[in-house]
Design a protein around this ligand. Structure first.
Ligand code: ATP
Ligand code: MG
Length: 506
């Protein structure tokens, strides 16, 4: 169903120092429509949406809302018009609870005004969460929730404004398939009540399920708008990256030695992990598959000493190493690329150089001073190798697009030269073209003799990259498969092995 036009943007341009983020872009949105915006990392998707939601000011161009030219100088004005946004990088107050976050700035006051009426706030939140069928406790402190749950809080918050345009900037990047389905249900509901949804995602397979039209941006320029029913994923990809990208591959000509580099024996922790043991060989890529909450990140954090273990030993080349804190892991040559780059991976208000050399500071300092020139040189190489889209190595990381931030985290660990690298969801939020580059990079690292653990929730990626696949379920390792004997069904079987048994036991 497509009704009257809600939004129409024409000739929108926006520059930042050294970057033309948007160059003469067009876009429109109708009532009851889901319109996707796709493009590589740094293509300008989030910038366009920030202009629409009053966060950035456009340099030129015209925005019409229900046929009238409008200016959107502030988020407040966007809200007044009925435009709300779910940001790519979550934007919540970690110390407040779910209900407070949803209604932030609109707290219900008691008659007379001054005091917050928390009971009323909770009541409103319960109503909204029930309506959206979101399984969240309104009183839970947001900072203690998983990223997926925080994402749901953002969704509830955006819907709570009851506006007519809802912008979703990569809402599913940390959701499980089941959570994604519930989001789609919410979106269909919004559609049926005449709302328009702008939908940004790097998961192109979602487009066919939920969108009506797709607009492609490349390097800040408008490329094309397609009807979803009249296009295909390969066509969208080639418009995005200007070339065809291979999908559904498996590793070929792999040469993994029998030498065991890392041996993990009987790791348990207080909450979830139960007696996990495995071996990682020289030059191997070992994929870790499993459903969200299976314990893969917990295992990585226990290995690198970020969280305490209650049992278990770690050996490197047959010698036991004591890892009590992350710096012990780094010293032993084990690097961990976190899934949550904002919290653990990057210093956002520092430039790219500083972040790149962050875990190799001794190599770049002398008498307590940073050797700027070599550091900048290494960073420029890393920027070129990973194709980070930035005017220079001096750019603040917070000004990079989400996917380019992820590349900086990867660059940081490549610079550190670790023997064992643990990548936790390395391609989350990364576009198809850059994913391909990251896959090539991981393969190259393994060919140079590095040993890699790759945690990923995307089965095609696991199958494409891993020599062997370790599958976890409920804190336990349920199987290790060779690539040639694995397929999606088999992995899912192992990933759900104990879940029934455990749910009946509870
Ligand atoms: N505040 C800012 N200051 C400087 N440059 C910026 C700023 N915001 C965005 N940019 C630049 O504008 C370009 C477009 O960024 P944008 O975040 O819109 O990309 P995107 O399409 O959302 O990418 P991604 O898929 O990685 O999220 C990038 O080169 C980015 O570095
Ligand atoms: Mg973005």
């Amino acid at each position: 169903m497509s009704g009257t036009q809600l939004l129409s943007l024409s000739g929108v341009s926006k520059s930042f120092p050294g970057v033309k983020a948007l160059d003469n872009v067009h876009f429109d949105l109708n009532e009851g429509e889901v319109h996707a915006i796709v493009g590589e990392n740094g293509a300008g998707k989030s910038t366009l949406m920030k202009i629409l939601s009053g966060i950035y000011k456009k340099d030129t161009g015209d925005i019409k809302y229900r046929g009238q030219s409008v200016e959107i100088p502030s988020p407040h004005e966007a809200q007044r018009l009925g435009i709300s946004i779910i940001h790519q990088e979550l934007n919540l107050m970690p110390h407040l609870n779910v209900a407070q976050n949803i209604f932030i700035g609109r707290e219900v006051t008691r008659p007379g005004g001054v005091f917050l009426d928390n009971a009323k706030l909770n009541e409103e939140a319960v109503k909204l969460l029930e309506e959206l069928e979101l399984n969240l406790d309104p009183k839970a402190i947001v900072g203690e929730l998983t990223i997926a749950k925080q994402q749901m809080v953002e969704i509830a918050k955006a819907v709570s404004y009851r506006g007519s345009v809802i912008i979703m900037d990569e809402p599913t990047s940390s959701l499980t398939p089941a959570e994604t389905e519930s989001l789609f249900k919410i979106i269909r509901n919004l559609k049926s009540t005449g709302r328009g949804v702008v939908y940004i995602s790097h998961r192109l397979e979602e487009l066919a399920k939920i969108t009506d039209r797709i607009t492609v941006l490349r390097d800040g320029q408008y490329v094309k708008t397609l009807k979803t029913t009249e296009t295909t994923i390969p066509e969208v990809i080639s418009l995005m990256v200007g070339r065809a990208v291979a999908q559904d591959q498996r590793p070929t000509n792999r040469n993994v030695s029998n030498e065991v580099v890392l041996k993990v024996e009987g790791i348990s922790d207080r909450h979830l992990l139960r007696d996990v043991s495995f071996e990682l060989r020289k030059g191997e890529i070992l994929g870790f598959a499993g459903l969200m909450g299976a314990g893969r990140t917990e295992l990585a954090r226990a290995i690198i000493g970020a969280d305490p273990k209650t049992a278990g030993k770690i050996y490197l080349h047959g010698n036991e190493v004591k890892i009590k804190q992350p710096s012990d892991a780094v010293a032993a040559g084990i690097g961990y690329l976190s899934e949550d780059r904002k919290r653990f991976g990057l210093l956002l208000i520092q430039n790219i150089t500083f972040n790149t050399i962050l875990s190799s500071i001794p190599r770049f300092s002398k008498f307590g001073w940073l050797k700027i020139r070599p550091a900048a040189g290494v960073t420029r190489d890393s920027i070129a190798q990973l194709r980070v889209r930035t005017p220079s190595e001096n750019q603040f990381v917070k000004n990079l697009s989400g996917g380019n931030q992820q590349k900086v985290v990867i660059g940081k660990w490549l610079t550190r030269n670790c023997e064992v690298l643990i990548f936790d969801e390395p391609t989350r939020g990364i576009d198809v073209g850059a994913k391909d580059e990251i896959y090539r990079l991981l393969t190259k690292l393994s060919e140079e003799g590095k040993s890699i653990i790759m945690i990923s929730s995307e089965l095609p990626e696991i199958l494409r990259m891993s020599d062997r696949i370790a599958v976890m379920c409920n804190g336990r390792l349920t199987g290790v498969l060779k690539n040639e004997e694995a397929d999606q069904e088999k992995i899912i079987e192992y990933a759900t092995k104990f879940s029934e048994e455990l749910s009946t036991a509870r």
